[in-house]
Design a protein around this ligand. Sequence first.
Ligand SMILES: *[C@@H]1O[C@H](CO)[C@@H](O)[C@H](O)[C@H]1NC(C)=O
Ligand SMILES: *[C@@H]1O[C@H](CO)[C@@H](O)[C@H](O)[C@H]1NC(C)=O
Ligand SMILES: *[C@@H]1O[C@H](CO)[C@@H](O)[C@H](O)[C@H]1NC(C)=O
Length: 730
Amino acid sequence: MEANSACRCFLLCTVLSLTLQLTQCNVAYDNKALIINGQRRIILSGSIHYPRSTPKMWEGLIQKAKDGGLDAIDTYVFWNVHEPSPGNYNFEGRYDIVKFIKMVHKAGLYVHLRIGPYVCAEWNFGGFPVWLKYVPGISFRTDNEPFKLAMQKFTQKIVQMMKDEKLFESQGGPIILAQIENEYEPEREESGDAGHAYMTWAAKMAVELDTGVPWVMCKEDDAPDPVINTCNGFYCDYFSPNKPYKPTIWTEAWSGWFTDFGGPIYQRPVEDLAFAVARFIQKGGSFVNYYMYHGGTNFGRTAGGPFITTTYDYNAPIDEYGLIREPKYSHLKELHKAIKLCERVLLAADPNITHLGSYEQVHLFSSKSEDCAAFLANYNQKSSASVTFNNRQYILPPWSISILPDCKKVVFNTAQVGAKASQIQMLPTNVELLSWETFNEGLSSIDGDSTFTVVGLLEQLNVTRDTSDYLWYTTNVDIRSSESFLRGGRHPTLTVESRGHAMHAFINGRLSGSAFGTREERRFIFTGNVELHAGRNRISLLSIAVGLPNIGPHFETYKTGILGPVVLHGLDEGERDLSWQKWSYKVGLEGEAMKLISPNTIPTVNWIQGSLKANIKQPLTWYKAYLDEPKGDEPLALDMSSMRKGQVWVNGHSIGRYYTVSANGNCSGCSYSNTFRPAKCQFDCGHPTQQWYHVPRSWLNPTQNLLVVLEEIEGDASKISLLKRVVTND
Ligand SMILES: *[C@@H]1O[C@H](CO)[C@@H](O)[C@H](O)[C@H]1NC(C)=O
Ligand SMILES: *[C@@H]1O[C@H](CO)[C@@H](O)[C@H](O)[C@H]1NC(C)=O
Ligand SMILES: *[C@@H]1O[C@H](CO)[C@@H](O)[C@H](O)[C@H]1NC(C)=O
């Protein structure tokens, strides 16, 4: 009943918004802003994704967000972690969304709940469970009954959970806004009528859930009433909603950018971010959400891809480890204060825009109650400007806006940064990694029971269903003793075409070579000389998924794995195509099946002690050691720079995938004062894209913590070290 009446009044609000004053509505909107308890509000918000940190970190992150001047926290809802198999739900630990939202509420902040359930988010499969792909007849994100049924079921489930816990603002809770779908416009344009029908259905389905708070669709300019279309981007001052009675909302103000293994680190200068936000506010925007405010970590195999890094730091105001990043954090905090000083008049008046020169403008807000605020802008990328406004002189740095909450005094300029940059150190902890043991996976597993053989090459995901990154493809090759190469000629060459994402080739049990795709180019071709002998030879190809795609038209249909052709070149017969012979398949590694990562496993495994030095060059080796928790409360990280590629676990918790490939890019400088794009501000070229891997303290016991590392290629595990992150801000 409660929800019902809230919805009726919500519909009235939006349909007849301009004429009706509806005090019983808890969250409504008009052309200016969201209206919460009858009041227009400017909402400053930040994205913090609950599974990208640990419950122990949540309170601190939320408090820092509040201290940074935010009013709200925004999060996606991550379907694939909540429903790992159909009808089996998981809302425990890092996935305890209700607990997270209640913590936000307790801190006195609002929530924007972005249900999606497509979330993109550089998250595995864009947040869709992999099993969804195998529902008969399904096609994602279009007018398709099986998909709509599944999407509706999950959306209803989440909305019902929130209602049961009274978390919508209409029930006295913190959720003031909800999102359905996500950046659908590009897809809709591709899908034509079916896309439009689906989008319209999704909006209606969501609105009918009677939450009592408005729904948004970001990046979907056709969002039907009463759903609000919103903007995502580096700048959104060009954006206007599709109806004059909707507020101007920026759901993703990109505070930085994500990284992929092999790419550089991207940073967005805070001068430009603040400039972009000020531009949006002076234009009449009333809701800004930083994506991300805290990026965090893609623990386990949650990273999207392929090749999204385990760190999801995002160059956000709070760094991956939960520490404040200066000057970004404090400069935005000052910006938020300045905006709040203007809030009343911003929400009451429309700006009067006057040009003060070819690059200079004033946005003047004044109301009957004699409030007055002004935003003085200089869009010139090179030079400062001196402008006269209200008979006073103001100097405006290039590419900047000054905010005058009383139309006289400048309280903030977007380019004048007071805070000093954080000094970041990764210091030794003096914690020793003790009693190393190794287990060489070798190729022992591929003759095991769970191997099966078919003719031809299979698509990887269809076989693994993403239960593991790894799939073995094994075949035999018979070589006649008469082959010329056996008598001193050139060795044959093997070429393997893969749809991604990485591959190691083993010939007769020995690693012969590896090949890797990239985020941009999933496909790759392995080419290597192979040492074959007369008689039967064995070719074992380990194909590796490095995060499933999270974006692109119908990314659920993208293929992964070795689809061929697989060809031997340089035999007397010329080429021999192996694609259509018998191949044996084995999902996952032996060490995964034996649960080597678990601290509770009975040691049936022949771990080898004291073998570290001797084993350095062995591919597919598992390493384990024990470590104590260092004293103090600094965040911790493993330095994996002595290793190449694999995964790492602590006490059975997956820290994530590691890959120490060097960052390729153009790190030739970064100026704040022109239109930002990530390529303009690249850092750390020539260093590993990711060297340090966050180990949450809450996963550690005081002593005897089990560290397990799986190295695919080769590495020196004795050089792995535990570091503490010390950040000094003054
Ligand atoms: C806007 O400002 C200019 C210059 O101060 C003034 O002439 C004009 O009347 C103002 N317009 C409105 C609609 O207030
Ligand atoms: C997936 O595997 C099943 C059987 O394992 C097979 O029947 C089906 O054709 C495969 N689909 C694709 C797309 O490879
Ligand atoms: C690197 O970037 C700088 C500045 O954007 C540009 O001038 C230069 O041409 C770039 N170099 C290469 C090799 O692309």
